[in-house]
Design a protein around this ligand. Structure first.
Ligand SMILES: [Zn+2]
Length: 398
């Protein structure tokens, strides 16, 4: 029996799979485990072979495989439908994050949009194909990866499964990968990457009644901040440009410093988010900014920690044919199916960098991702499922 997409999404939203958004999660954190266990059950009822790739404790990339006809080695296509299992935290949400309430044509809850809706779509597509076994059909891999929202460790590891004889044992990299993210039924063919790191200024602590005996790290940082704002407003836009995603950007997102109002602060820290356009090298981008600071505020010593996020952008270099094919199917379902570039990141770069043609597609809007009252429109959820199913049925020849 094929699955029903709304009930699957409700089951997924009811199971928390919160990404702690840090390298040091508290003991007992379950990460994606409740969702992974559920996916395992679903794959068993569908009678498809699951493959597991342990990425960390409680963090497993789970991949279901439905063999195609003909086999990939005899000219059959290989199609990967991918979605991440994790969600952002639920702090500050104004609705019950796990109630999966259906109201006003929408399904509400954490992950309803980003991106348990995508998991529900691809599971439903898999269930239809498993029930009908059309001939010809592509070999379909439904890949549910971990840790998209923070370290991207799941997507970095998944390509290692492709040709591993102990794992998926594919004869070549996949012919097409569709990464699920809320794109409002458009096809994302390029996106930016990001570079994130911390910088510190240092000083000397002293009693605040005698500030001249100390050296104020916050005053020093304020000069760094002014220079950073200037850099972000002017220079950075001239460094690179991509016709679909535009120019690089830089944003200062956090600041921390001082221990008490009556102590001259000896330390101040900021965190910077630099968006990389496809083709830009993060190391070059990083060095450029550091050099700018050195030249602009030469008398302030700034220490830069090694970046904790370095994800390149996704370029549209090898996905043109795939994008055209998917866009055609979307148009046949009455939607524009525009091929677009976006400024946010996804897992897709990790697959294009292994030379697998990859695009991003899914129901819902990125405006609804990570929000305090996250929801997905049920009509779009069903449309996306039909589109992906039709695409899979049609993906049998060049
Ligand atoms: Zn997402």
């Amino acid at each position: 029996m094929p699955l029903e997409v709304v009930s699957i999404l409700r089951e997924l939203v009811r199971r928390p799979s919160i990404n702690p958004m840090s390298r040091d999660a508290p003991q007992g954190t379950l990460f994606e485990q409740p969702v992974t266990d559920y996916l395992n059950e679903v794959f068993q009822t569908l009678n498809v072979t699951p493959y597991r790739q342990q990425v960390a404790d409680h963090r497993v990339n789970l991949v279901a495989r439905l063999d195609g006809s003909p086999a990939p080695s005899e000219g059959g296509k290989i199609l990967v439908l991918e979605a991440h299992q994790d969600t952002v935290p639920v702090t500050g949400m104004t609705i019950d994050p796990f109630a999966a309430e259906v109201r006003a044509g929408r399904l509400w809850g954490r992950g309803a949009c980003d991106v348990k809706s995508g998991i529900a779509c691809i599971l439903t597509v898999l269930s239809r194909l498993a029930a009908e076994r059309p001939d010809p059909r592509p070999t379909v891999l439904v890949a549910c990866t971990v840790d998209e929202e923070f370290g991207v460790t799941g997507a970095r590891a998944f390509p290692d499964m492709w040709m591993d004889p102990e794992q998926l044992d594919l004869p070549r990299v996949p012919d097409a990968i569709i990464v699920s993210e809320p794109t409002e039924l458009d096809v994302v063919v390029a996106h930016k990457g990001s570079l994130r790191w911390k910088c510190h200024t240092h000083g000397r602590a002293a009693h605040s009644s005698r500030p001249s005996e100390g050296e104020n790290a916050i005053y020093r940082m304020s000069r760094v901040i002014n220079a950073t704002e200037r850099y972000a407003a002017t220079m950075i836009h001239q460094l690179a440009s991509h016709p679909l995603v535009g120019v690089p950007t830089l944003s200062l997102g956090r600041i921390q410093g001082g221990m008490s109002v009556n102590v001259v602060p000896d330390q101040c820290t900021i965190e910077i988010d630099r968006r990389i356009v496809p083709g830009e090298d993060w190391q070059v981008a990083w060095e450029h900014f550091k050099r700018f600071l050195n030249e602009t505020v030469p008398d302030v010593a700034v220490t830069h920690e090694e970046p904790y996020t370095t994800t390149p952008g996704m370029s549209d270099r090898i996905n043109g044919d795939l994008a055209k094919r998917l866009s055609k199917v979307i148009q046949q379902h009455g939607h524009p199916g525009h091929c677009v570039g976006v400024t946010y990141g996804t897992n897709a770069w990790a697959y294009t960098s292994r030379e697998a043609p990859t695009v991003v597609f899914g129901p819902g809007s990125i405006q609804q991702a990570h929000t305090v009252d996250e929801w997905i429109e049920i009509d779009q959820l069903e449309q996306a499922t039909d589109i992906l199913y039709a695409f899979a049925r049609s993906f049998v020849h060049d």
